[in-house]
Design a protein around this ligand. Structure first.
Ligand SMILES: O=C(O)c1ccc(O)c(O)c1
Ligand SMILES: [Mg+2]
Length: 596
């Protein structure tokens, strides 16, 4: 497998895009005609740059509105095409994408279109150029890949083939199984894009909302399998029109795009075509090993954990690092980084094979990270997620050997507790990247996404979890221009009323819940008034689903994170989503008071 990407998928000018594609490990690019037109470099200079970077220019695209027109118009279209063939010779690429006519088509006659495609191919042949004909989903008369293939087959020229684009096929609900009817040699190019399921016109959906594979609702794995079964052996290319990716750091987006392709090729069993080979198997986490909070001064966090009933387990014998536990939950406070406000800096995950998990993440382009480890200390392997959060893996079921490096703490008593979920938040432009990383490198699956009203707009929540839901990582997306909400660690306890009462007696100020919330709760659910009074007294929030109950509260934010304490009764499966607006509003109110 060789990988390619359309320059339209990336931000910036053409030369920047090419540099980023090369750095991310792409073998080739589809140069978008418009990117070349606005560049100051000549086609020869672009060709030389690509040569230096080790990038092949797989295709120039697109030539629009070429076929299905009257004779006079077609004569001019041939003239336009010849100018592009000349440019292609200078650029050093031999493949031109011709997309089906969406603008000027007036002739809905397959015989005419076949003849015009044939003439176009013959003109191209004089320049050593091949043509890949693609059905746009909104093409005036040709908008189905099977129709485009029939026309190509009928025109019957050696330098005329088809280009398949997953968006145009899957957005219209066309069955991709028909791809296997196409001669693989005549599939001249393959463009891959995912997309969320949206109700809107095809053109807007395609031009603004395409996503990288694994980030939307399309079954791209199944799609690619059909293409491979047809015998296609050309590049796997990404063509992702998306306003976000057109605005974000080009190097980061190119790396993100490459990760999506490696993941997809592996999923579809295309690894025999891949220089990456088969990836080590995904390692769905079986539990949280630890959560690490880092910052210059974490004394406020020590106090908070004491109030919440955590047990102090000791100081690291060599580093300014402390360990606290609550039942199975282990929280590491790391003061090695001198300048940072307290933040959730690392996650430890328990997996079957820690080495394989790390190898897989590195094959997917994640950079390895190293703990400050000295002789005799346990060395955890880990990588940096795209947002910088460090992920470490430890063997599940093995003794947690790093614990022995902490001294001077207390023995934990019999205590029920554990990490319920870890909530990570992202600015709007990094959300899809975070979802893809969680699926491809962390072995998590997406649940249905939801939107929660916050004071500054809707906050999108995408829960990522393991099939058994033992590991749950909700991802939150801040609305554009709104500050990124703090991240949080949610801890399970056996008896939240006792935990909350004790925390209060030890001086903890909870995130205050407005009285109106309890009026609304009483209206929504037929609850015992005494129970509601207890909730109100302790600033506790409540939710239920068909399977059980959920009671929870939030601590104030320290730096960029806070804790949530939860008690799940029965098999309640959610996260208290109806209460999230209360939290978002209360946190904002508190920040506003503090900064006044
Ligand atoms: O939106 C477009 O115009 C457009 C152009 C070229 C393509 O390959 C495509 O899939 C869409
Ligand atoms: Mg396309």
């Amino acid at each position: 497998m060789v990988t390619s990407i359309a320059t339209v998928s990336l931000s910036g000018g053409l030369t920047e895009k090419l540099q980023a594609c090369a750095k991310a490990g792409f073998d080739g690019v589809e140069v978008m005609d418009a990117d070349l037109t606005v560049a100051y470099e000549s086609p020869e200079e672009i060709r030389a740059l690509c040569h230096r970077l080790g990038l092949k220019i797989d295709m120039l695209q697109p030539l629009r509105d070429a076929e299905g027109v009257d004779e006079a118009t077609f004569a001019d279209n041939l003239r336009r095409a010849r100018e592009k063939f000349r440019t292609m010779n200078r650029l050093g690429t031999d493949l031109l994408l011709v997309c089906s006519n969406a603008g000027t088509a007036t002739v809905d006659d397959d015989a005419v279109v076949t003849s015009q495609l044939g003439q176009l191919a013959d003109a191209a042949a004089e320049f050593g150029v091949r043509i890949a004909y693609e059905a746009l989903a909104w093409g005036r008369f040709v908008n189905d890949y099977r129709h485009a293939w029939r026309l190509v087959e009928a025109a019957d020229r050696p330098n005329l083939g088809t280009c398949l684009d997953s968006f145009h096929i899957l957005s219209r609900g066309h069955d991709p199984a028909g791809i296997e009817e196409i001669d693989g040699e005549k599939i001249f190019f393959l463009q891959l894009a995912d997309a969320p399921q949206l109700e809107m016109d095809l053109l807007s959906w395609s031009r603004h909302h395409r996503l990288f594979p694994g980030e939307g609702a399309f079954d791209l794995t199944g799609f690619l399998k059909h293409v491979l079964r047809a015998g296609y052996r050309g590049p796997l290319s990404l063509e992702v029109f998306n306003d976000t990716f057109r605005q974000t750091d080009v190097y980061r987006t190119a790396a993100h795009a490459q990760r999506a392709l490696i993941w997809l090729a592996d999923q579809a069993g295309a690894e025999e075509h891949s220089r990456h080979g088969k990836l080590p198997a995904g390692q769905p986490p079986q539990g949280f090993d630890f959560v690490e909070i880092a910052g210059a001064d974490l004394s406020e966090v020590d106090q908070l954990m004491n109030q919440l009933g955590f047990t102090f387990r000791g100081r690291h014998r060599r580093k300014p690092v402390r360990l606290w536990s609550l039942g199975e939950a282990r929280i590491i406070l790391n003061e090695q980084r001198k300048r940072e406000t307290p933040q959730l800096a690392a996650l430890g995950l328990e997996v079957a094979h820690s080495g394989r998990a790390a190898d897989r993440a590195q094959s997917l382009g994640a950079a390895p990270v190293f703990r400050n480890t000295s002789t005799g200390e346990f060395d955890l392997r880990g990588v940096a997620a795209p947002d910088g959060t460090e992920i470490f893996w430890n063997g599940h079921g093995e003794p947690i050997r790093w614990i022995g490096e902490f001294e001077g703490g207390m023995e934990p008593g019999e205590q029920h507790g554990g990490i319920d979920h870890v909530n990570l938040s992202y600015p709007w432009q990094h959300f899809d990247e975070a979802v893809l990383f969680a699926t491809s490198a962390l072995g998590l699956e997406p649940a249905a996404s939801a939107e929660v009203p916050g004071p500054l707009g809707l906050v999108r929540s995408q829960v990522m979890h393991t099939a058994d839901r033992k590991v749950r990582v909700p991802l939150n997306l801040a609305p554009p221009t709104a500050p990124v909400p703090p991240r949080h660690v949610a801890l399970q306890c056996a008896d939240i009323i006792t935990t909350a009462a004790r925390a209060r007696s030890r001086g903890l100020r909870f995130l205050p819940v407005p009285d109106n919330y309890y009026d609304d709760l009483t209206a929504r659910l037929p609850l015992d008034p005494d129970f509601v009074s207890t909730l109100k007294e302790l600033d506790l929030l409540y939710d239920r689903d068909g399977a059980g109950d959920f009671i929870h509260f939030y601590t104030p934010t320290i730096g960029e994170f806070f804790f949530e304490i939860v008690e799940r009764r029965g098999d309640y499966a959610g996260y208290g989503a109806p209460n999230a607006p209360v939290r978002l509003a209360a946190q904002r109110a508190l920040t506003a008071t503090q900064s006044r």
